[in-house]
Ligand binder design. Structure first.
Ligand SMILES: Cc1cc2nc3c(=O)[nH]c(=O)nc-3n(C[C@H](O)[C@H](O)[C@H](O)COP(=O)(O)OP(=O)(O)OC[C@H]3O[C@@H](n4cnc5c(N)ncnc54)[C@H](O)[C@@H]3O)c2cc1C
Length: 386
């Protein structure tokens, strides 16, 4: 596991300078916040950037630990190439619905990296670039003394932060020994009872897999209990809970069809902005994408002497990347509440590598419902109906 060096630990503890207005204060040092701090300093290395978190790092965060190549591309753009050179890439993704499967090689590999490792590496990169770490819990947005504020506090609410739209899911994850039949792949088994839902087994490559089950919460039924979540995981992926440990649940704020950051000097990124893909529960790509855009927007607005313009710059950067994509994922998520559509999608992905690739880009990156994916779904529906 990567641990911060003692030098870095000392430096980040000296960050808090009460009474001195920071250029940028970032609340939350998860992937969104650490990337924002790094991006601001890459754009303008002399800035006073403070990265505030209630937790010390390394710290765990309940997650599937699946890191898509799309997220790594964003990080490579900030100079973080080879972040996982010491990890084993996962080339295969298997999608299963009611016994049918599409098991294929992805265009670029995914990585399954415990968040204790991934997040600490990003924080270390931000500190190396010059950010200062403050360990404290922020109680409200208006308590922050900064020219530009980046809110990256994740799924939990923070007084003063903008409310979000979009539905919420809940998922439970654990770590269990990888059975031989699920080695070297990421497996997703779509649910068939409490929709939309899925169980997963993501092999880490070290004999262990991140396993879990999650579902979209609905006012029409009671929130799932731990026993129900574990029961669904075991039912959909037999053997997945065996010798499992470190079970932890967490909410997922799913994205809606639109994300329009407000003007001003407070920018919201990642889960705090309600940005988790409603089809797959993937949020790390959005976290680093919006973090990078917000960090750059903050730095450029400060360099122009107009911190108030940071919000507008941020909006201009994220709209081309997410505008059309979010409309498409919202539509696809709505369709995915229908069993027949998921079934048709899996069948289409099993038939055609290009449809599989399009689905991966829509679910893990910034892709859209391509005509090919649409045609594949229709063809799958016709076959299912015949
Ligand atoms: C069970 C589960 C499985 C998932 N699987 C995947 C997956 O496989 N792949 C994927 O891409 N995404 C997955 N996600 C989503 C992913 O975990 C999130 O989208 C991602 O963590 C968002 O990063 P973030 O930086 O916005 O927030 P976080 O990672 O939640 O970081 C927020 C940080 O803010 C800090 N903080 C919070 N409040 C305060 C405060 N008041 N003051 C100071 N600090 C504060 C927290 O300590 C934390 O460090 C999953 C989510 C869950 C729950």
């Amino acid at each position: 596991m990567t641990r911060l060096s003692s030098g870095r630990r000392r430096r980040r503890r000296t960050g808090y300078r009460p009474g001195v207005t920071a250029d940028v204060v970032v609340v939350g040092a998860g992937p969104a916040g650490a990337t924002a701090a790094l991006a601001a300093l890459r754009a303008h290395p002399g800035l006073d950037v403070r990265l505030v978190d209630r937790a010390d790092f390394p710290r765990d965060k309940p997650c599937g630990d699946g890191i898509a190549p799309h997220a790594l591309d964003v990080l490579a753009g900030l100079g973080l190439e080879g972040l996982f050179d010491d990890r084993i890439p996962v080339h295969r993704l298997r999608l299963v619905k009611q016994g049918h499967g599409a098991a294929r090689t992805t265009r670029s590999p995914n990585f399954v990296v415990p968040r204790e490792i991934f997040d600490a590496r990003l924080v270390a990169a931000a500190l190396d670039a010059g950010a200062r770490f403050e360990r404290r819990r922020v109680r409200a947005v208006d308590h922050l003394d900064a020219r530009v504020v980046v809110l990256a506090h994740g799924a939990h609410p923070l007084p003063g932060a903008a409310p979000r739209r979009g539905r919420t899911a809940f998922a439970l994850r654990g770590y269990a020994p990888t059975p031989p039949g699920r080695a070297s792949e990421q497996v997703i088994v779509f649910g068939d009872q409490r929709q939309p839902s899925y169980a997963w087994s993501f092999d880490r490559g070290d004999g262990w897999a991140n396993v879990g089950y999650g579902e979209v919460l609905s006012p029409a039924r009671a929130a799932p209990s731990r026993a129900l979540l574990l029961g669904e995981l075991e039912r959909l992926l037999p053997g997945a809970t065996e010798d499992g440990r470190a079970w932890r649940g967490h909410h997922l704020p799913l994205s809606s069809w639109r994300f329009r950051p407000p003007e001003g000097r407070v920018l919201t990124v990642g889960d705090a902005a309600g940005l988790i893909n409603p089809l797959t529960g993937e949020g790390i790509y959005y976290a680093v994408l919006t973090g990078a855009a917000a960090g750059r927007a903050a730095a450029e607005a400060l360099a122009a002497g107009r911190p108030q313009a940071a919000g507008r710059r941020y909006r201009r950067a994220v709209t081309p990347a997410l505008g059309v994509h979010l409309v498409n994922t919202a539509a696809a998520a709505r369709l995915s509440t229908l069993d027949v559509v998921v079934d048709a999608g899996v069948r289409a992905a099993a038939r055609d590598q290009r449809i599989f690739d399009d689905f991966v880009d829509l679910g893990l990156g910034g892709g859209t419902l391509t005509p090919r994916l649409g045609a594949g779904l229709v063809a799958g529906l016709l076959r299912t109906g015949s």
